[in-house]
Design a protein around this ligand. Sequence first.
Ligand code: SF4
Length: 118
Amino acid sequence: MKKMEFTCIVCPRGCQLNAEEIDGAIQVSGNSCARGKEYGVSELLNPVRNATFNMRIEGSSKKIVAVKTTQPMPVSSILEIAKKIKRVKLKAPLKEGDIVCEDTLGIRLMVTSDISIG
Ligand code: SF4
């Protein structure tokens, strides 16, 4: 049986949610709206987050660049992705918005700033 207490981050109101799996059904309480219920179910079953990573660069005076996910990814995959991209070196030049990695899970990483050669 899964059970969690957490703050809803969907809007600034920050309701305190309780989510619990009872006999295969998810019960959410403490929410003030339907979006909070949806968030509570998602957090209990498959929490997702936007994530930012640093990637190494070659061909530029800058040695690293921040990349971020283009959409929320499963929290359970963040460490795996971090390990995979640790081995990757990007090549300058790069433009903000370039997609530099696309995982088999559909996780896409986007460059957050321009990187010039030299
Ligand atoms: S439950 Fe609804 S009102 Fe409360 S924080 Fe979440 S989105 Fe906002």
